[in-house]
Design a protein around this ligand. Structure first.
Ligand SMILES: Nc1ncnc2c1ncn2[C@@H]1O[C@H](COP(=O)(O)OP(=O)(O)OP(=O)(O)O)[C@@H](O)[C@H]1O
Ligand SMILES: [Mg+2]
Length: 272
């Protein structure tokens, strides 16, 4: 199940993920109103928007936390109904949250194989043991693969910096053949230097054929690495742009002026 031997980019020009007309309401709050959102193969998409724009809600629908009220998800061209995060995970969707990325007290190798210990067990008669030697070697290789050199795979994650923790979670996604990595505000708490490193790991992941959704309300954190940007405002998609189509300043402006853009879109629709 290692991606290493697979070709990094798929030859099909189809989409890895398509969310079509997604709606979600929480009581009186319309969190999402008929949102279209797509992710191509080996594509990094920045999902942008101000507080409360609907970014996390959209991600929770994509990862099976909530069902949508309306609309449909397609995964590799097929309609899918994820009933739980596990369903999404089994299809190859790995989500990395800033705080929950790793378990502090555990070593790096334990974190790498968390929930997948069966892949590194050794049999001894009727017993199965966690093969720490193998886990150490594989963890070190997986990290080196995306350009991370660790001091020792036995080191507890607690001793690592925020950027290093993120890197372990990203390496885990790459190593276990995730097809889509979702990073919710991954760099917001990091130093400039650490953020640059995380962007570098994201580039390594894309070079291996993975797609990435990078969620943030600060375009400057994602601009250097994203191929495309989707901007949400008040639960609606107000723009979907390739990197060459807008500068960082223009995108930052669209995030802030979401309300006005929506009004303009509605006006244009009425005039059509
Ligand atoms: N479980 C919930 N119950 C009720 N309302 C919710 C729930 N989750 C989200 N909302 C509301 O839906 C809207 C969109 O929230 P969401 O968390 O998706 O925004 P966001 O873009 O992720 O914002 P942030 O940048 O602050 O994380 C907000 O008005 C929020 O209050
Ligand atoms: Mg959010």
């Amino acid at each position: 199940m290692d991606r290493q031997n697979q070709s990094p980019t798929r030859l099909t020009d189809g989409l890895l993920l398509e969310a079509r007309g997604i709606g979600k309401r929480f009581g009186p709050v319309e969190a999402l109103v008929s949102v279209d959102f797509t992710v191509g193969y080996a594509e990094v998409v920045g999902l942008l928007g101000d507080n409360g724009a609907g970014k996390s809600t959209l991600i929770k629908i994509i990862t099976g936390v909530y069902p949508p009220d309306s609309g449909q998800l397609f995964w590799e061209g097929e309609p899918v109904h994820f009933r739980s995060p596990r369903d999404a995970y089994e299809r190859g969707i790995a989500t990395v949250y800033q705080d929950l990325a790793v378990v502090d007290l555990m070593s790096i190798h334990r974190n790498m194989f968390l929930g997948r210990e069966h892949l590194v067990t050794r049999r001894l008669g009727p017993f199965r043991f966690y093969d720490a030697g193998r886990a150490r070697r594989e963890a070190q290789l997986a990290l080196r693969d995306i350009g991370i050199d660790i001091r020792s795979p036995d080191e507890p994650v607690m001793m690592m910096s925020g950027g290093e923790r993120q890197s372990i979670a990203i390496a885990r996604g790459v190593h276990f053949s995730a097809k889509l990595l979702i990073l919710d505000e991954p760099t917001s708490a990091l130093s400039v230097k650490e953020s640059a490193k995380v962007l570098h790991y994201i580039e390594s992941a894309r070079a291996r054929g993975l797609s990435v959704i990078f969620i943030t309300h600060n375009v400057h954190q994602v601009y250097p690495v994203a191929d495309r940007f989707t901007i949400l405002s008040h639960g609606q998609s107000v723009a979907d742009l390739r990197r060459g189509e807008a500068s960082q300043e223009q995108i930052a402006d669209m995030i802030v002026r979401g309300h006005e853009l929506l009004a303009e879109l509605r006006k244009a629709e009425r005039e059509d």
